[in-house]
Design a protein around this ligand. Structure first.
Ligand code: 5GP
Ligand code: MG
Length: 473
């Protein structure tokens, strides 16, 4: 969970990077950073907090240059330490390098240990620095950035959408399974890459297409070049991007997230119809689902929980205690809409179960007679190792409970989760092309102690684009 952006634009990039990060704020609220290159020097600024709090007009006016990258962070690998804030910046053989990463590697420890064994030091606890190390190692050897990326991609196992600025050139690459989203846009005087199309929209830039899984994009002042570095036997787009993580107006790998959620709302009614007075969403993440449910069922959509729009996602609070407190501040029930009513309450997912339990309690206190909980994802059974903060089975309420036990524990009148089949159908990809690790406990990459269904990845030769060995991803 993170948002990244890279822009090369003759008209200057700092303001555009700022707006792009602003549009990607939902992908991480812990820290934000921007690095730019002005032809001679690297300019950088980063800090903890929201984009709007980290950057001021005067800070932005000092970020000179026509190339730059940015990052918003929610930590997965690497603690909340100031040195872990991205982009990471390096100086190497007179070159300025800046790197930002969305995703999570599953072989960080091995690679890091190897380097440490060779006497190398690390200054952060992120997996991003491991990527940087491999790249610098190879650039040092061959002097060719693109070859370094090729070699790097062979070594990395996990999810990664990476943007690297090498002096004034932006390199962007996406893991061969395309786990995390990444797309390309055309700005007024250049090109950009970003985690979600909403960042392209925010700049009134033109959405071109997604970065293909296994693809390397190079952007400089002359234009853009795309090279296929690796080809996998399947894709493994993160299903949770569609369920929760991406903004509803994003188009990810060709699919409008809003439509997926709305369609699931319809299917939630078809799978387990219920009579009720109103349909209410847990805003904002449940809203598109609730609208679909209301359409499908004919039950009126009535907002009965008001969200305070001026606070971050409660989940973003890193500790359980903070999360519990924050629910109350974030959502306020409307008693006049709830008194003696039977309500269908729609949300995208139940992770730890704290939010749902708290909300149902509040709705009952406000007079609701029945609360029928409908969830836009199947039960979350297993942790995510590939970039979403779903840490351990112990913390996942559904990991060891059947649906009725979860219902009991969150005190809902009834509870239904969408089936995996219906979810996959709504997204429109083959099931094999989605990472469903958190729902099924079966992952698209080998992970210690977990089940996996990996596929073969072929790496293409740089000059001839022919096969040059392969490995089992
Ligand atoms: P729970 O209390 O069950 O752990 O939280 C469920 C709520 O958290 C849902 O409303 C859902 O929208 C939200 N949620 C689910 N996954 C994530 C996540 O990875 N990050 C954040 N910020 N919120 C999440
Ligand atoms: Mg939510």
């Amino acid at each position: 969970m993170c948002g990244i952006v890279g822009i090369v634009d003759a008209g200057g990039v700092s303001i555009q990077l700022y707006y792009a990060l602003y549009a990607l704020q939902h992908r991480g609220q812990e820290s934000a950073g921007i690095s730019t290159f002005d032809g001679t020097n690297l300019h950088k600024f980063k800090g903890n907090g929201l984009v709007a709090d980290v950057f001021s007009p005067s800070v932005l006016s000092d970020l000179h240059g026509t190339a730059g990258i940015g990052h918003v962070r929610y930590p997965t690998t690497g603690a909340n330490l100031p040195e872990n804030i991205q982009p990471l910046n390096f100086q190497f053989k007179e070159h300025f390098i800046s790197l930002a990463h969305n995703g999570n590697l599953v072989n960080t420890c091995e690679i890091r240990a190897e380097y440490e064994q060779a006497g190398q030091i690390f200054t952060t606890t992120t997996d991003t620095e491991v990527i940087a190390k491999i790249l610098m190692d190879e650039i040092g050897r061959s002097g060719c950035v693109e070859d370094a990326v090729r070699i790097c991609m062979r070594r990395l196992l996990g999810s990664y959408s990476v943007v690297m600025m090498f002096d004034g050139i932006i390199y962007a690459f996406r893991d061969p399974l395309g786990i995390k989203p990444f797309c390309i846009g055309k700005t007024e005087n250049g090109y950009m890459v970003a985690s979600e199309s909403v960042a392209v929209d925010a700049l009134s830039a033109k959405f071109l297409r997604d970065v293909k899984p296994g693809e390397l994009i190079r952007i400089d002042s002359e234009g853009i070049r795309c090279t296929q570095v690796a080809v996998a036997g399947k894709r493994a787009h993160c299903i949770f991007e569609y369920i929760y993580f991406a903004r509803a107006d994003a188009i990810i790998d060709g699919v409008l997230v809003y439509d997926v959620r709305r369609q699931i709302g319809h299917k939630l009614f078809e799978e387990d119809p219920v009579r009720a007075d109103s349909v209410c969403s847990v805003p904002d993440s449940g809203t598109a689902y609730a609208i679909g449910y209301a359409e499908g069922s004919g039950i009126p959509f009535v907002e009965s929980l008001m969200k305070n729009r001026y606070m971050g996602r409660t989940f973003i609070m890193p500790t359980q205690k903070e999360r519990e407190k924050a629910v109350r501040i974030k959502l306020n029930p409307i008693p006049a809409h709830l008194k003696n009513k039977s309500v269908v309450l729609v949300d995208d997912s139940i992770v730890r179960g704290t939010t749902s339990k708290r909300i149902i309690e509040m709705m009952r206190e406000a007079g609701a007679r029945e609360v029928h909980m409908r969830i836009g994802s199947p039960a979350i059974k297993a942790p995510c190792y590939l970039g979403v903060d779903m840490p351990t089975r112990e913390e996942l309420i559904a990991s060891d409970k059947i649906e009725d036990e979860v219902r009991h524990s969150i005190t809902a009148t009834t509870l239904h989760h969408i089936s995996l089949d219906a979810l996959v159908e709504a997204i429109g990809f083959e099931r094999e092309d989605l990472c469903t690790g958190c729902l099924t406990g079966c992952y698209p990459l080998p992970i210690d102690g977990e089940q996996a269904r990996p596929c073969k990845v072929d790496f293409l030769d740089s000059t001839f684009q022919s096969r040059l060995g392969s490995f089992e991803a």
